[in-house]
Design a protein around this ligand. Sequence first.
Ligand code: PFF
Length: 443
Amino acid sequence: MNKFTRIGFILAAAGSAVGLGNIWKFPYITGEFGGGAFVIVYLLAIVFVGLGVFIAESLIGQTGESDVATSFVKMSNSKNPNWKFAGFMILAGLLILSFYSVVLGWILNYVVSSFSSLPTEASAAGATFGALTKDIGTQLFYHTLIAGTVIFIVLKGIKDGIEKVNLILMPLLAIILFGLLLYSISLDSFSKAVSFMFVPDWSKIDEHALLAALGQAFFTLSLATGTMITYSASLPKDANFVKTSMSVALIDTMVALISGLIIFTFLFEAGSPSAAGPGLVFISLPVIFSGWGFLGQFIAISFFVALVFAGITSAVSMIEPSLLFFIERFKMTRQKATIIAGSTFYSLGIIALLSMSDSWGETLTFFGKNAFDWMDFISSSILMPLGALLTCVFIGFYVDKKILEEKFLQHTSIIVFNVWYSLVKYFIPIAVIILFINKLGLI
Ligand code: PFF
């Protein structure tokens, strides 16, 4: 198998982790839960839950050097073939990609429309965004462009496709974000954004905030989708998987915090509310940019381009687990695997976008949720918690502790191992079970 270089792995894994989850979702949920206190809860969720699972996935991948299902089997005690069922995790990535591609399409549409004009009022911006989510033709066009780009990249494989694209897009993303950060620092409201994000107001923290932080920690680190296991299968054998995991989690967290600072500075500068919800990026920001004239237009384009770059590197990582699975387990060529996985997510994406339209909405709504929301619900509320739980139970109870300890001791101390092992065996499964039960609305 063609392996990543160590830096190539970090960039690709960070490329997967850093996406719409960091630049769009993190700021809007932080806004909804009142800022600073939520940021603290989120950071705790990243360190004590997300990072633990990330390290576990990376270890499984690096040891197995294969697709998700085979890697689980190889690592299990007495190589139990039943563990191939862990391969179900690849479905989560494909399902997320189906609607992620549609959302990335919206953003690409915003890049293009930012060149001509930006809405000057919130009501007009809301109407434009609402109309876009119902416009079948435009969404289909952009979804096709995004899906085509993703397919084109993964057809070239890990080294010539995924690694190369990340080597180009991640530094560009860093440059744009850095530029936007410098601009926000120059604005008066920057200090207000800093206090909003780092001075805790505990009054808004309830169980919903805790669950949102936990769910976001999984989503932002691309966990329980087979992504990190698959990427780590191409991590050089001697690379320190604990250190690379920490680097990726750190980069991902930095990008989320920086995006939050940029976006809240912009919102406060314009006197807009911080709790704008999912419409924050699509409705609130364009209106603010339009008030800044030509500079605003330039910032709008840069911002949406950054989102597209971040999203594309995440999107390619969602399909790769399926490809490696088909290639290794069914001996398919990469082309054939890509055609199957690509046409699956492309078609599901079309169903997702149709389900928001007036003409198809009713047909594609089941039990009060449209197909788009179902895909989101099944992937992030069912498949991801199940995948994370399975990974932790697997490591805690079905892999020889001695083997795990040996792998850790090649790179770190016994203390690090013991902390990680207790987190993965006891603490994280309990946290995930609570998340799962809540997401299903059982309590
Ligand atoms: N981590 C990505 C984000 O924050 O946007 C989303 C993601 C990528 C989820 C890859 C799942 C995945 F397998």
